[in-house]
Design a protein around this ligand. Structure first.
Ligand code: HEM
Length: 226
């Protein structure tokens, strides 16, 4: 195991987690008024409707897919007798469909952000960096899913990548597990961690602000002037 392995799969994740937590606390304390998704709907509606809807629906399912593959241990599937082929099929179909929705939506949003002049001019550097990084993570995720679906070598990320990920949070990081993981998976994880390191300083903080109170709050009554 090299120093690079130690850096990427032990030191870097903890640096990211620290920046993520401290960055969020700092942002909340100093910049609460701009803790928002910074809607650009007033500047362009048509592409936003499709891009945003497809991306958000897709990425929510992708999130649940990650919970099922990374957080839920392999032992759970073994306990309930779910064979590997069945898991792979489920991951390929569900992950593939939700990934395609997220990718198509994201590409529409990317086009809109860079090629619609009024949107580009109203974007900050952090807006541009976060969407490009998101494109890298999501496209790479799609490559990972395709590779995993077509792979017949028997590689299963639930036996190495997933326990490594969980070991970070139990403060006993097992780097050796990551040395068994193919590079495309490693790149996906590294770019995802980088995305989380930047999140507190971008409009992406809105991911953490689910508008739950919206469901229970009283109606806002609008009346005509006359
Ligand atoms: C460090 C955290 C992450 C880990 C360990 C991880 C790991 C994985 C793995 C193993 C797959 C393949 C799933 C399969 O083929 O069954 C995957 C796919 C994917 N990932 Fe991630 N990922 C992480 C974060 C993210 C983030 C932050 C995003 C986007 C915001 C993302 C987007 C995707 C997409 C779009 C796919 C393809 C669709 C799917 O299979 O769900 N991932 N990821």
């Amino acid at each position: 195991m090299t120093f690079l392995d130690q850096f990427l799969w032990v030191i870097y994740p903890y640096i990211v987690i620290s920046i993520f937590i401290l960055g969020l606390i700092m942002r909340y304390n100093t910049d609460q008024k701009r803790w928002t998704a910074k809607s650009s709907q007033l500047l362009e509606k048509r592409l936003l409707k499709w891009g945003s809807l497809l991306f958000h629906v897709g990425i929510i399912f992708v999130f649940f897919g990650h919970v099922a593959g990374i957080i839920v241990p392999l032992a759970f599937y073994e306990l309930f007798g779910v064979p590997d082929v069945q898991y792979r099929l489920m991951a390929s179909v569900m992950g593939g469909l939700s990934g395609i929705a997220a990718t198509v939506g994201l590409l529409i949003l990317l086009y809109r952000r860079f090629l619609i002049k009024r949107i580009r001019l109203s974007s900050s550097i952090s807006d541009l960096i976060s969407i490009v990084l998101l494109v890298i993570v999501v496209l790479n995720g799609m490559v990972v899913t395709a590779a995993h679906s077509l792979d017949t070598s028997g590689f299963d990320y639930r036996a190495n990548l997933a326990p490594w990920f969980r070991s970070i949070f139990s403060f006993s990081p097992n780097t050796l597990l990551m040395t068994m993981v193919p590079s495309i998976f490693k790149f996906h994880v590294f770019s995802a961690f980088t995305f989380f390191a930047l999140m507190p300083f971008t409009r992406m903080v809105h991911i953490l602000s689910l508008p739950i109170t919206f469901l229970g709050r009283s109606y806002i009554v609008y009346r005509k002037r006359h």
